[in-house]
Design a protein around this ligand. Structure first.
Ligand SMILES: NC(=O)C1=CN([C@@H]2O[C@H](COP(=O)(O)OP(=O)(O)OC[C@H]3O[C@@H](n4cnc5c(N)ncnc54)[C@H](OP(=O)(O)O)[C@@H]3O)[C@@H](O)[C@H]2O)C=CC1
Ligand SMILES: Nc1nc(=O)c2c([nH]1)NC[C@@H]1CN(c3ccc(C(=O)N[C@@H](CCC(=O)O)C(=O)O)cc3)C=[N+]21
Ligand SMILES: [Mg+2]
Length: 284
């Protein structure tokens, strides 16, 4: 079997076009501010792609670039200013942060109503308890991709590889909310390969280049590769050995062109949702 390729670039472009139309009808530009501290090179690509996508969809988007030496107090002051600014609907503080800054303290300081990353404990708690809130962009994007691929989570065995607060845990919560039977595996799991082979839906988010081999993938499974790994050669690869896995999977996302573009589209979707909710608007 050779897997169908799930075209994240196309699904993301379609979502962004629909968001642009909703923005046009609403008649104002939702405000998004991305705060970047230092110049972690991996963040550079993301921030550039996001800015272009936001502008094209009619958002009022800007990136605040702070020096690597910024203190936690200084960053908290910037967050407080953005919280208080009525023109700002969405705030994203780019991770990772320099070591002198506690990421948890910063994420907790963001107004949950403007937390378009969905990383604030209030939003994490709302997701965990099945209540409406802002949902992390990457796992939200994965749910869009499953829909586009025609893979229904209901009743399916789903395995999430990775348990970070920003991808693995919210991914598991969303799949569970969609009635999948969810297993989360991680660095202390015995026999990862055997666990993954049971999956009808396999989501890999480990940050280990091509760790998921062909024989980890069940025949016909839908494989979603969240990993973004830059090899020493400069090549970008996922957490899944794409060619090997494609020989078994029914459908699979590429890297690049899979989950990455969806993360950005969902950031815009969250910003629009936050703007509508915060400003007490309704769409018709
Ligand atoms: N496409 C996109 O938009 C995005 C992509 N990413 C990418 O997704 C990947 C994961 O990101 P993130 O969740 O932040 O990463 P983290 O490093 O925060 O988490 C990685 C998880 O994988 C587990 N893990 C690591 N090594 C192994 C191993 N050898 N065997 C089993 N489990 C392992 C860890 O287990 P343990 O908990 O036991 O330590 C941890 O739960 C990265 O490649 C990142 O670049 C991230 C965000 C967005
Ligand atoms: N607060 C915060 N929120 C995040 O959502 C967040 C973050 N910090 N820190 C870094 C990670 C990583 N991330 C990516 C998003 C899009 C692409 C992306 O657009 N990828 C494209 C292009 C990749 C390329 O060409 O290099 C693709 O996969 O096709 C990549 C990575 C968001 N993250
Ligand atoms: Mg991380």
């Amino acid at each position: 079997m050779s897997a169908r390729i799930i075209d994240g670039k196309a699904v993301a472009a379609d979502l962004r076009a629909r968001l642009a139309e909703r923005v046009r009808v609403l008649g104002f530009a939702p405000g998004l501010r991305v705060v970047r501290v230092g110049d972690d090179p991996a963040s550079g690509v993301y921030v550039r792609n996001k800015d272009r996508a936001a502008q094209q969809a009619g958002f009022n988007s800007a990136t605040l670039q702070l020096p690597e030496t910024t203190s936690e107090a200084e960053l908290l002051a910037v967050v407080a200013e953005l919280n208080a600014d009525p023109e700002v609907d969405g705030i994203l503080v780019q991770l990772p942060l320099p070591q002198q800054i506690r990421a948890d303290a910063v994420l907790r300081a963001i107004d949950p109503a403007k937390d378009v990353d969905g990383f604030h404990p209030v939003n994490a708690g709302l997701l965990a308890t099945g209540q409406p809130g802002l949902v992390p962009c990457t796992p939200k994007g994965v749910m869009h991709l499953l829909r586009a691929a025609g893979t229904a989570p209901r009743g399916a065995r789903a395995v999430v590889l990775g348990r970070s607060n920003i991808v693995g845990k919210p991914m598991a919560a969303l799949l569970l909310a969609a009635d999948a039977t969810v297993t989360v595996v991680h660095s202390r799991t015995q026999n990862l390969a055997a666990e993954c082979r049971r999956a009808e839906i396999l989501v890999a988010a480990v940050g280990r280049p091509e760790m998921v081999r062909g024989d980890w993938v069940a025949e016909g499974a839908t494989v979603i590769d969240v990993g973004i790994n830059r090899l020493p050669t400069g090549k970008l690869v996922g957490d899944v050995a794409f060619a090997e896995a494609s020989a078994h999977a029914g459908a699979i996302t590429p890297v690049p062109g899979g989950v990455g573009p969806m993360t950005i589209a969902c950031l815009l979707e969250n910003t629009l949702e936050a703007a509508i909710a915060r400003r007490g608007l309704a769409e018709n």
